[in-house]
Each structure stands twice: as C-alpha cells, then as structure tokens.
Design a protein around this ligand. Structure first.
Ligand code: ZN
Ligand code: ZN
Ligand code: ZN
Length: 168
C-alpha cells in the first residue's frame, strides 16, 4: 500500500486517501492481474483478448482503437478486423481492465485491474502521455454533487489537460 500522496516513480501514479491495498502492477504481473480480473467477472481470457491487452499495455501513451488494431496486426502478422478490437477494448473498459481517456479518444491498460476507482487522468498536451491519480474522496464528492440534483451518476469523467513534469 502506498502512503497518502506517495508517487510511484516508475509509472507516475499517485494514490490519495486509500483505505485498501492499492494494487498497482506493470509488465507480466499486470497481464496476469488483467486475466484474473476478466476471468473473475465471468469472461474468457482468449488468445485474441490476451494479444489485445499485450498490445495495449505496450503503449506508453493512450492508444486509439486504430493504433491497437495496427499493433495486434503487426504482432500476429495478419490483418485483424478493427471491429473485433473495438469490441474487446469495450469489454476491457466494462471490466476495469482498461480505461478510456475520453479527451484523447484513446485507451490505456488499467494498472490496477483488481481495484475499482474513478481514475483521474492528467493528460500532457505536449507529449500525449497520461498519468493518473486516484482520489476516492474527490470522485465521491462529484458523484454526491450530481446525485443531489436527482441525477443518477454512472461514472465521473475527470481529465486534467496540461504539461507533464518532463514537458513543463
Ligand atoms: Zn485502489
Ligand atoms: Zn486509477
Ligand atoms: Zn509531457
């Protein structure tokens, strides 16, 4: 578990106000955690889904469905239909295995597939990288504020545009 405000320098993710073991992973360990999360929600971890996740987690910045399709096609040495990649990415997002960066119209492998948060993305306008922070108190307040109007919030989308520490 990371202390409040601790930054993991390897992935630039900050955890704030966690009352649980925040399970952040990379590489093979992330791949295994994604498989566990998907299988745990009753979905199959097929060879195609594994390829899409491997391609997605290979990107340093949010990748469009098109980018992911290209990467999977290259890895497999054959043309993969964009539609099937779209469907798999949507399935990943629905099961917390990937996240969508709405303002970039792109996807990221979720570094904490076993751990549900309203991830807050920090999107760099210069290099396109997106770090993210998790602040459950902040996102709970957004949900409460929305709910107070009678609105039924499903998912807050909070993205901060700006310059990352390297580009600043
Ligand atoms: Zn967590
Ligand atoms: Zn998160
Ligand atoms: Zn940057």
């Amino acid at each position: 578990m990371l202390a409040d405000g601790a930054i993991r320098p390897d992935i630039g993710i900050m955890a704030i106000h966690h009352d649980h073991d925040h399970d952040v992973r990379t590489g093979a360990s992330l791949m295994a955690a994604a498989e566990r999360a998907l299988v745990g929600s009753g979905e199959q971890w097929t060879a195609m889904r594994a390829s899409v996740f491997a391609a997605l987690s290979g990107f340093e910045r949010p990748a469009s469905a098109y980018d992911v399709t290209e990467a999977v096609s290259t890895a497999q040495g054959r043309r993969i239909a964009a539609n099937s990649v779209y469907r798999i990415l949507d399935l990943f997002v629905a099961n917390n295995v990937a996240t969508r960066v709405e303002s970039a119209n792109a996807y990221l492998a979720n570094a904490h597939p076993g751990c549900l948060h309203d991830c807050i993305f920090l999107v760099c306008d210069i290099c396109g990288r997106a770090a993210h922070v998790d602040d459950d108190q902040l996102s709970a307040r957004i949900r409460e504020t929305a709910a107070a109007t009678g609105f039924r919030p499903e998912k807050p989308v909070v993205e901060v545009r700006g310059r990352c520490a390297e580009c600043a």
